[in-house]
Design a protein around this ligand. Structure first.
Ligand SMILES: *[C@@H]1O[C@H](CO)[C@@H](O)[C@H](O)[C@H]1NC(C)=O
Length: 224
């Protein structure tokens, strides 16, 4: 009896899982339904940013929801060209650089960018580089962080979490991820970047604390 109940639950779980996967993939692979943040002031998002995480959304077999640190800290520099509707995004990391160009086609939707032309830079010369042709959705843009989703129908679908500093409060990251879960945007891989500086900073704090405590103990012993 128990066994039957268990099998039923298992089947139900698997079915539920399979159907939800199906809806989420098909809805977003064509870039539909990706929400934009309203009232973006494009001038406020220009300048230098750091890449904190790259979240993959494609439900390929090669992505299994794994999370890992990548020992690199890419910076992104966004500039507006003359007309206020042409954007350049310059991505720079140890391995090389790449420059994207985008156009804002509708001034009333400044958070929706369409790629224009090919990317160039040294990263593009790497054989595994796939030229990006598609749209970028500014899904969140506040003073200290921003979320961009890159979508190319049936080809690429990923988000980049950017921050003005090389670190971002874990609570902000959690809220970004929760929001994606709410919108049924699957996260099938998490690449965490710019973590070295944070962990070494944390290590420094620990070392200093440990040193101070040791010193304090020694001092108290001496002055008993
Ligand atoms: C890409 O090409 C433009 C125009 O030729 C050039 O100004 C820019 O520096 C190049 N960017 C990179 C990253 O090589």
């Amino acid at each position: 009896m128990y066994r039957l109940f268990f099998v039923l639950c298992l089947c139900y779980g698997l079915l539920g899982h399979a159907s939800s996967e199906e809806t989420t993939t098909s809805v977003y692979e064509h870039c539909g339904n990706l929400q934009l943040q309203e009232n973006i002031q494009i001038k406020l998002i220009t300048g230098t940013w750091y890449v904190i995480e790259v979240l993959q959304h494609k439900t390929d077999e090669k992505f299994n929801g794994e999370k890992f640190d990548v020992p690199t800290c890419p910076s992104v520099f966004i500039t507006l060209a003359g007309s206020d509707t042409d954007l350049k995004l310059y991505w720079n990391e140890d391995l090389g650089d790449v420059e994207y160009q985008f156009k804002i086609r509708d001034r009333t939707a400044p958070g929706f960018w369409t790629s224009s032309g090919f990317q160039n830079g040294t990263l593009v010369q790497v054989t595994s580089y796939d030229q990006f042709a598609g749209m970028v959705y500014v899904r969140k843009a506040i003073s200290n962080h921003m979320v961009l989703t890159f979508c190319s129908p049936n080809t690429q679908l990923y988000s980049v979490v950017l921050a003005r500093d090389k670190t971002l409060d874990p609570r902000d990251l959690k809220s970004i991820v929760n929001h994606m879960h709410l919108q049924k945007l699957p996260i099938t891989q998490t690449k965490r970047t710019c973590r070295n500086s944070a962990s070494s900073a944390r290590a420094t704090v620990w070392m200093t604390t440990a040193f101070c405590l040791t010193y304090l103990m020694w001092y108290l012993q001496q002055h008993k």
